[in-house]
Design a protein around this ligand. Structure first.
Ligand code: IPM
Ligand code: MG
Length: 353
């Protein structure tokens, strides 16, 4: 198994270092893993003047899977858009055709009180957001800022082709099949043609999955329902921008954005795995970050790309154990628990394995 490791910026290197400790355990236990690191984001810009250096992209192409930390930082905010760290991430998603972004939101019962929502609202939460990742207003053309009628206008294009909708819908339906067989498609079909087509195609795909109960919800209502009664959802499928927003919202249901992993998959389950949180420049380099989302991303890698459910479970169980043992990084700490650093949390997971 060849894994390309792209730590990125901010807390990226710290959290990825904890995941590497977990990989070391797996190697020691006989799993043949080859690891190679490369810069992306601001680190790519610093190393090669490009947020996605050519060498990084070819490494990612050759690898079976990619583990990514996070990208971005205030020192890069003034670069032209194509040179900004986020472009590295968007370009690698596009270049590797990682159209299906799986973002599970799972609540560990012991940290229910870390959520800003009432424990009884979030208790038992276990949902999966399937976000389309290579289309929509993120990539649509035309886009730009230009002068019209003597003032500047900014514009982007929300666009989806049938085939783009169909392939991500299929992924969502097959995931729903393996879970509670309920799928909610989120759109804005009351206003947007793009969403109108989205809904038609999802309904069409649903004919191949008669066992799955399909529902539809407008995105504004979905944002509200996620807070009101999140457990009504099991699998949600939605476009790129709605999924970006709803997955951040859903992360707070689970107590902290520092807990949530993600997988971005292509047609053949090759994937890029990353925590859904960002590079947190405010705490970077201080050994404070929560590495669990990154470690759980590794678990997803074994599940989805390497088809090794046992190893995925081993990693997930180790995370459950450290939570049960009361270890908490600052973001999920509550009185009575043991506050640990990023490194200590990584070590605790390794010990639990
Ligand atoms: C995410 C992030 C990215 C996105 C940014 C960093 C480009 O917010 O992975 O959700 O918008 O997709
Ligand atoms: Mg986001």
């Amino acid at each position: 198994m060849k894994i390309a490791v792209l730590p990125g910026d901010g807390i990226g290197p710290e959290i990825v270092a904890q995941a590497l400790k977990v990989l070391d355990v797996l190697k020691r236990d006989g799993i043949a893993i080859e690891i190679e690191q490369a810069p992306i984001g601001g680190a790519g810009y610093d190393a090669a003047g490009d947020p996605l250096p050519e060498a990084t992209l070819s490494l990612a192409r050759e690898a079976d899977a990619v583990l990514l930390g996070a990208v971005g930082g205030p020192q890069y905010d003034r670069l032209e858009r194509p040179l900004r760290p986020e472009q590295g991430l968007l370009r690698i998603r596009k270049a590797l055709n990682l159209f299906a972004n799986l973002r599970p939101a799972l609540l560990y019962p012991e940290i229910a009180t870390a959520s800003t929502l009432k424990p009884e609202v979030v208790a038992g939460l276990d949902l999966m957001i399937v976000r389309e990742l290579t289309g929509d207003v993120y990539f649509g053309q035309p886009r730009g800022i230009e002068v019209r009628n003597g003032e500047r206008v900014g514009y982007n294009t929300m666009i989806y082709s049938e085939s783009e909708i169909r392939r991500v819908a299929r992924v969502a339906f097959s995931i729903a099949l393996k879970r509670s067989k309920k799928l909610c498609s989120v759109d804005k079909a009351n206003v947007l043609e793009c969403s109108e087509l989205w809904r038609q195609v999802v309904i069409d795909v649903s004919k191949d999955y008669p066992e799955v109960e399909l529902s539809h919800m407008y995105v504004d209502n979905a944002a509200m329902q996620l807070i009101r009664n999140p457990r009504q959802f099991d699998v949600i499928v939605t476009g790129n921008i709605f999924g970006d927003i709803l997955s951040d919202e859903a992360s707070m249901l689970s107590g902290s954005i520092g807990m949530l992993p993600s997988a971005s998959l292509d047609e053949h389950n090759k994937g890029l795995y990353e925590p859904i949180h960002g590079s947190a420049p405010d705490i970077a380099g201080r050994d404070l970050a929560n590495p669990l989302a990154t470690i759980l991303s590794l678990a997803m890698m074994f599940k989805y790309t390497f088809d090794d459910a046992a190893t995925a479970e081993r990693i997930e169980n180790a995370v459950k154990t450290v939570i049960a043992q009361g270890y908490r990084t600052a973001d999920i700490w509550t009185p009575g628990c043991t506050r640990v650093s990023c490194n200590q949390m990584g070590d605790a997971v390794v010990a639990a394995m």
